[in-house]
Design a binder for this molecule. Structure first.
Ligand SMILES: Cc1cc2nc3c(=O)[nH]c(=O)nc-3n(C[C@H](O)[C@H](O)[C@H](O)COP(=O)(O)OP(=O)(O)OC[C@H]3O[C@@H](n4cnc5c(N)ncnc54)[C@H](O)[C@@H]3O)c2cc1C
Length: 383
C-alpha cells in the first residue's frame, strides 16, 4: 500500500506540519504522571479544539472521520515536530476509545468518546492481576449480578495512570464458576466509585506511573458492560490488538528520529570512528526502516479489516526490543556524562531505565513470541 503520496495526503501533511510548527508547546511535559496531568489534559484539549484529536474517529463522536493513513501522516509529523507524548491520554486515545468504537452501544459511545477526545476523561486499563498478567484468562476479580448492577470484588495491578484516571476498562469474571476465557466481561468502571482504593507504585526510574487497584463491593451499573455480558474475552482481544498494533505507531515514528539523532551525536563526539559503534548504528538504522515497513503493512491490514490482526505482535515485539537497543546506545554515547545521572531525570539514562518496561507492558516479549509462533507461523502450542 502506498501511504501518504496522493495530492490530498500531501496537502494534509503540509497542514499538519504548519499547525504543529506554530503550536507545539515550548515547555517540556513533566515526567511523573501526577505532575503531568494538567499538562496532558490541556494539550489534548488544544489538539481537539484545532481538529487534531481523533483524526480517524467517527465525526458523530467528535472525530474528523478521516482515514487511518491520515492518522499516520499526523503521527509522523507529530514526532518530527517533537510534540509532547500524549501521556495520561494514552489508554483512552490508543485503545480504550478504539475498543468502544468497535464494540460499545450508541449511548456508551456518545457519552465517552467526546470526553476522551477533549482530554476531559482520563482512562486506565484494569486487565492485569497478581497471578493473571500474561495469563489473562486467569482473571479472578469478580462481579456478582445484583439487580441492574455488578458488585465487584478483587484487585488489579500495574494499572498505568490509575491514580490520575477517571474511568477504567475493567475485565472481570461475571459468571460464577466460569473457567478461563469464558464468563468474563469488559466493563466501564468509574474509578472514583465508592469501594475503590488506588495505591500508586514507584518504578525503578523513580517515577510513579502505575498503581494497584482494590475493589471492595464496588457497584457498577450493568449498562456499563461493553459488548455484552460474558463476551469480555472477545472485547479484550480487540483492545489488545489496538494496544499492540496501532497504539505504538507514534513510538515507531519516534525511533526513526532517534536513530538519526544518535548517528549525529556519534559523529559529533567522534565515537562513530569505533567500527563496532558504526556497525551497530547502521544495523539499527536498517531495523528502524524494517519497523516502518511492517507498520505500513499493518496499516494496510487495518484499512482492509478495521482492526489490526495478530501481526500486531510482530511490530510490538520488534519495536520494544529495538527501543531498548536504541536506549542502550544513547547511554553508551553519553560517555562520562553518565556520571551526572539523577533519578527521574529526562536524559538518556532515564529513558534506558524506563525502556525495561517496554518488553513487559502490553504483554511480555515471550508472550508476543508465543502469539507469533502459534497464530502466524502455525507452530504447536507452547504449553
Ligand atoms: C510499565 C508497565 C505498564 C503496565 N500497564 C498496565 C496497565 O495499564 N494495565 C494492565 O492491566 N497491565 C499493565 N501492565 C502489566 C503488564 O501487562 C503485565 O506485567 C504483563 O502482561 C506480564 O504479566 P505479569 O507481570 O503478571 O508476569 P507473568 O505473567 O507472571 O510472567 C512472568 C514471566 O513469565 C513469562 N511467561 C508467562 N507465561 C508464559 C508463557 N505462556 N510462555 C512463555 N513465557 C511466559 C513472561 O513472559 C514473564 O517473563 C503494565 C506493565 C508495565 C511494566
Amino acid at each position: 500500500m502506498d501511504i501518504g503520496s496522493s495530492p490530498e495526503e500531501m496537502r494534509f501533511r503540509e497542514e499538519c506540519r504548519e499547525w504543529l510548527h506554530a503550536n507545539v508547546p515550548a515547555e517540556k511535559r513533566p515526567l511523573d504522571a501526577a505532575d503531568a496531568i494538567d499538562f496532558d489534559k490541556a494539550w489534548q484539549r488544544r489538539l481537539f479544539d484545532a481538529g487534531w484529536a481523533g483524526i480517524n474517529w467517527p465525526t458523530d463522536y467528535g472525530g474528523r472521520g478521516l482515514s487511518i493513513v491520515q492518522q499516520v501522516i499526523w503521527l509522523e509529523e507529530y514526532a518530527k515536530a517533537h510534540a509532547p507524548w500524549i501521556g495520561a491520554n494514552f489508554v483512552g486515545i490508543n485503545h480504550g476509545g478504539p475498543t468502544l468504537i468497535l464494540n460499545a452501544s450508541e449511548e456508551q459511545k456518545a457519552y465517552h468518546l467526546p470526553r476522551i477526545l477533549k482530554g476531559e476523561a482520563i482512562w486506565c486499563q484494569g486487565f492485569s492481576e497478581p497471578g493473571a498478567g500474561s495469563d489473562l484468562a486467569g482473571i479472578k476479580t469478580r462481579g456478582r449480578i445484583e439487580g441492574d448492577e455488578l458488585v465487584v470484588n478483587g484487585s488489579k495491578i500495574w494499572t498505568s495512570f490509575a491514580h490520575v484516571a477517571d474511568w477504567q476498562e475493567l475485565v472481570l469474571r461475571t459468571e460464577e464458576g466460569s473457567l478461563r476465557h469464558k464468563g468474563l466481561s469488559w466493563v466501564i468502571c468509574d474509578i472514583h466509585a465508592p469501594g475503590i482504593t488506588v495505591r500508586p507504585i514507584r518504578k525503578m526510574s523513580g517515577l510513579t506511573e502505575f498503581a494497584e487497584v482494590f475493589y471492595d463491593d464496588v457497584r457498577i451499573p450493568l449498562a456499563n458492560v461493553v459488548g455484552g455480558l460474558g463476551n469480555g474475552w472477545k472485547v479484550a482481544m480487540s483492545t489488545l490488538s489496538f494496544e499492540r498494533g496501532t497504539g505504538f505507531i507514534a513510538d515507531q515514528v519516534k525511533q526513526s528520529q532517534e536513530i538519526e539523532e544518535l548517528i549525529a551525536k556519534a559523529r559529533a563526539n567522534g565515537m562513530i570512528k569505533d567500527d563496532r559503534i558504526a556497525d551497530q548504528l547502521a544495523q539499527m538504522r536498517a531495523e528502524v526502516a524494517a519497523v516502518r515497513a511492517m507498520t505500513y503493512r499493518n496499516i494496510s491490514e487495518v484499512v482492509r479489516t478495521g482492526q489490526p490482526g495478530p501481526e500486531a505482535s510482530v511490530i510490538r515485539l520488534f519495536t520494544s526490543e529495538l527501543g531498548q537497543r536504541l536506549e542502550r546506545m544513547a547511554v553508551l554515547l553519553m560517555g562520562e556524562d553518565i556520571i551526572d545521572f539523577a533519578y527521574g531525570s529526562d536524559d538518556a539514562v532515564g529513558d534506558y531505565l524506563r525502556g525495561f518496561a517496554a518488553t513487559i507492558a502490553g504483554g511480555t516479549a515471550q508472550i508476543q513470541r508465543d502469539i507469533i509462533g502459534e497464530r502466524l507461523l502455525g507452530l504447536p502450542k507452547s504449553r
